[in-house]
Design a protein around this ligand. Structure first.
Ligand code: NAD
Ligand code: WQD
Length: 338
């Protein structure tokens, strides 16, 4: 019997790529999304990639009755929980909205799962739970903290999960701390689609390369890094999606939960990313040096060794692949919009 997995936020950026990886791995998948940050045609595009129609429920994780109905109507074996708000800048302006969607949403979901006797969960966490970690590469044992309401919401979610597992050992949970997910499916059919002006570097660079934004601001060139710009562990979203399949298999195999980093273990600077994107797109990327952004660390990259031991996970794609697929996605999206 195929295992049936519920993907909350499955129409979003990481959820949609994970959907494809799960279908390819032989899972039966049900997407639950309220489309607050996803295009309506994502399910159609997923069908284009997989050759089968995507099962989707439009619902809000804040609506407990809807969640209960989904579990009553469908035999679910496991849940991967992506649904959340993710903008650091917006979270500073709207902390209560972030706590409600990210923390209350998780509590609702876990209560509904518990009631339905489904206790296998993979949770989207973030390297943001390390705060401004002093240790790079960062192992999972590094001290935890937060620098903004978004980061705080993810840390509280991790604590809620830890306390729930301690109270009831039937729970089996994989907590995945993503570093910086970028890139797109190689088909160009799905990818990251931020509305408005992007907060994050790669989508901003993509829009500058495409001529949709005039110039990139490089936030600081005086960091103690080899070229003075910030260093991050960019991970291809297709690699990240594979990490979720590995996490689910590990939970099925031994029932043991895990808390692991998903990164490549290699840091790239802002200047390296700009140069690589320019090469991958064959476009100029105009930039100017701007002041440092509040709360940014000089350097952040994962110690990826635990993911290798526990999940057999290793990232395969490099920065050029990430830029190249992002650029293919930008072009395909532009053609679709015509
Ligand atoms: P995304 O915004 O593209 O996807 C989130 C999806 O959840 C969207 O489709 C949105 O419509 C849906 N959603 C939001 N609130 C909902 C609600 N109340 N009910 C139902 N659906 C809801 O974001 P993403 O980049 O795919 O991120 C997925 C997860 O990974 C999030 O939990 C995010 O915090 C985490 N994460 C993302 C990054 C990143 O850089 N993208 C890094 C670390 C962790
Ligand atoms: C990367 C580098 C910037 C934009 C964020 C969240 C984190 C996680 C991933 C969800 C830094 C520089 C950026 C720009 C720039 N999300 N930069 N000009 O800050 O590492 O992580 O996304 O969990 O929680 O904080 O990623 O892409 O914003 O920045 O120079 O216009 O690019 O200073 O060095 P970050 P980012």
């Amino acid at each position: 019997m195929k295992q049936r997995v519920l993907l909350t936020g499955g129409a979003g950026y990481i959820g949609s790529h994970t959907y494809v990886a799960l279908i390819e791995a032989g899972y039966d998948v049900l997407i639950l999304d309220n489309f607050s940050n996803a295009a309506r045609d994502v399910p159609t595009r997923l069908a284009e990639i997989t050759g089968q129609s995507a099962a989707v429920v439009e619902a809000d994780i804040l609506d407990r009755a809807s969640l209960d109905r989904v579990f009553a109507d469908n035999k679910i074996d496991a849940v991967i929980h992506f649904a959340a708000f993710k903008s650091v800048a917006e979270s500073v302006k709207k902390p209560l909205v972030y706590m409600q969607n990210n923390v209350v949403g998780l509590v609702n979901l876990m209560q509904s799962m518990d009631q339905a006797d489904v206790r296998r969960l993979v949770f989207s966490s973030s390297a943001t739970v390390y705060g401004n970690a002093a240790d790079v590469p960062t192992p999972e044992t590094a001290s935890l903290g937060y620098g903004n309401p978004y980061g705080h919401s993810k840390l509280v979610c991790e604590q809620i999960i830890e306390q729930t597992i301690a109270s009831d050992p039937r729970w089996s949970v994989g907590v995945l701390r993503y570093f910086n997910p970028v890139g797109a499916h190689p088909s160009g059919i799905i990818g990251e689609d931020p509305s408005g002006i992007p907060d994050n570097l790669m989508p901003y660079v993509a829009k500058v390369a495409a001529g949709q934004l005039p110039v990139l601001s490089v936030f600081g060139d005086d960091y103690p890094t080899p070229d003075g710009t910030g260093v991050r562990d960019y991970i291809h979203v297709v690699d990240l999606a594979k990490g979720h399949v590995n996490s689910l298999s590990a939970l099925e195999r031994d029932g043991q939960g895990h808390v692991v980093n998903l990164g490549t273990g290699r840091g790239y600077s802002v200047f390296e990313l700009i140069a690589t994107y320019a090469r991958a797109s064959n476009r100029d990327i105009p930039y100017k040096i701007a002041p440092r952004r509040d709360g940014d660390a000089a350097s952040s990259y994962a110690d990826p060794s635990l993911a290798k031991t526990v999940l057999g996970f290793e990232a395969e794609f490099d920065l050029f692949d990430m830029c190249r697929t992002s650029w293919v996605w930008m072009q395909t999206a532009a053609e679709r919009a015509e």
